[in-house]
Write a new protein. Structure first.
Length: 91
């Protein structure tokens, strides 16, 4: 069964390779979805995959950017059939 999460990372998370590292980690865990910078300085992620892979992916993102993240807001959302891979979105 697939799980989908919507996450906002706050802190000094833009301009540090966050989106591209997140995409690399998502590919490692076979996560589908996307990552993008938001106008208010956060990074937004929609991630969908197997429950264990989602938690491992999220934990690795947090570990990789622990010096930059000051807050994480996470909510469970309904899985989508629209995700085929994991992409970096640009505004």
């Amino acid at each position: 069964m697939e799980k989908c999460i919507h996450v906002f990372f706050s802190g000094a998370v833009q301009g540090v390779g966050f989106r591209f590292t997140t995409r690399m980690l998502a590919n490692r865990y076979k996560i589908k979805g996307w990552v993008r910078n938001t106008p208010d300085g956060k990074v937004e992620v929609w991630a969908q995959g197997k429950k264990g892979d989602i938690y491992d992916f999220l934990g690795e993102v947090q570990q990789e950017f622990s010096r930059h993240i000051t807050d994480i807001q996470t909510e469970d959302v309904e899985p989508s059939q629209g995700f085929k891979d994991f992409q970096v979105k640009f505004a």
